[in-house]
Design a binder for this molecule. Structure first.
Ligand SMILES: [Zn+2]
Length: 86
């Protein structure tokens, strides 16, 4: 009887451990959308094609699409050129 009890406890313990590990793996594969991720992400300037860190880029919504510029000057020039914003 005691052996059966120990086996049951052991089974639940193992099941719990495996479930925990599987959950952790699943969680780590889910792409996080917090701001910390943006720090390392590079975006291309729509005007001069320079790559800039996303958190430093100038963000502007044009035609329902988020466009990035390395600075306000590029945004200005892009708009001056006609850009795609008419
Ligand atoms: Zn630029």
């Amino acid at each position: 009887m005691i052996v059966r009890f120990i086996l049951t406890v052991l089974f639940f313990f193992l099941a719990y451990t495996v479930l925990n590990a599987v959950l952790r793996i699943l969680m780590s594969n889910v792409p996080t959308q917090n701001n910390d991720d943006e720090v390392d992400q590079m975006v291309q300037c729509e005007y001069c094609s320079t790559y800039v860190p996303k958190n430093e880029a100038v963000r502007k919504k044009l035609h329902g699409k988020i466009c990035y510029f390395c600075d306000a000057k590029c945004l200005k020039e892009y708009k001056k050129q006609g850009g795609k914003e008419a």
